[in-house]
Design a protein around this ligand. Structure first.
Ligand code: IPD
Ligand code: CA
Length: 277
């Protein structure tokens, strides 16, 4: 992956990127196996933060599979996972895991859900892999090493102004937050070509990297939703940012092609898209 020799890679990002791919593709295979074992039977769901924020046994099993692999291969590493994994570690490396991003799509059988794996070194994301479970598509990136769909380099979206741009977004699970988010979208929609709500933030970010969306924004994401996808988008040459000069974060994550990024962030600031949480 990339042309960096190990001695020029003190953070070990080449090995972390390789392992991130192994983890994301391996967990995606586990999720596919679990789905096949259900063979059309009922998928039991539990509610988390709200009645519509769902988790299944497969989300939990995928996270457990990931954490076991990581701690067997690298016992000193830390982990943070959506379904509860939280371990500090001692090596300076922490894995940020979404065992199924797009759980509602998974439950419905809509083929847009992914395993997202990112590796941080001293708090900086240096490697990421996002595997679409249904299609098998693998997006991957290494800090300074480019972004790829399988082995095809990604270069971000076409060059269009905001008025021609198709923009992805997403909504949180809390009803009052969703009301504020859709008010922003109502103002935005007449000023762009169209809007998409795919339902998996990691795939939204990778879609911007792959030029399938011209831009994407969402308030309220958690690190496991955006850590890997944001690196894929950034390494594809996209602008990845928060609003008002901030870094991408839970408050706001924006990714867009260079042709419309400034127009998009300026408009989102005017609309107060970062004031919805
Ligand atoms: C959700 C998805 C969704 C986004 C939500 C996330 P989950 O993650 O990424 O697209 O709009 O903000 O919480 O719950 O399916 O892992
Ligand atoms: Ca999830």
């Amino acid at each position: 992956m990339g042309g960096v020799t190990p001695d020029r890679d003190p953070a070990g990002s080449i090995e972390l990127a390789r392992f991130a791919v192994e983890l994301a593709t391996g967990a995606a295979a586990e999720v596919r196996r679990a789905l096949a074992a259900l063979s059309g039977g009922d998928m039991r769901t539990d509610a988390k933060s709200t009645a519509t924020d769902l988790v299944t046994a497969t989300d939990r099993a995928s996270e457990q599979w990931l954490v076991e692999r990581i701690l067997t291969a690298r016992p000193g590493d830390g982990v943070l996972g959506e379904e509860g994994a939280d371990r500090a570690g001692s090596s300076g490396v922490r894995w940020v895991l979404d065992p199924i991003d797009g759980t509602v799509n998974f439950v419905l059988g809509l083929p847009a859900y992914a395993v997202s794996v990112a590796a941080e070194v001293d708090g900086i994301v240096v490697a990421g892999a996002v595997c679409n479970v249904a299609s098998g598509e693998l997006f991957r990136a290494r800090l300074g090493g480019g972004a790829y769909l399988y082995d095809q380099p990604l270069t971000g979206p076409r060059s269009v102004p905001l008025s021609r741009a198709v923009i992805g977004t997403g909504f949180g699970y809390d009803a009052s937050r969703r009301a504020r988010q859709i008010a922003v979208v109502a103002e935005l929609l007449p000023q762009v070509a169209d809007i998409r709500r795919i339902g998996a933030a990691s795939l939204d970010l990778c879609s911007v990297a792959a030029g399938r969306l011209d831009g994407y924004f969402e308030a309220g994401l958690n690190p496991w939703d955006y850590a890997a996808g944001a690196l894929v988008a950034a390494e594809a040459g996209c602008v990845v940012t928060g609003l008002r000069g901030r870094e991408p974060s839970t408050v706001m994550t924006v990714a867009a092609g260079t042709s419309c990024a400034t127009e998009l962030t300026t408009l989102l600031e005017v609309l107060g898209a970062d004031d919805v949480l």
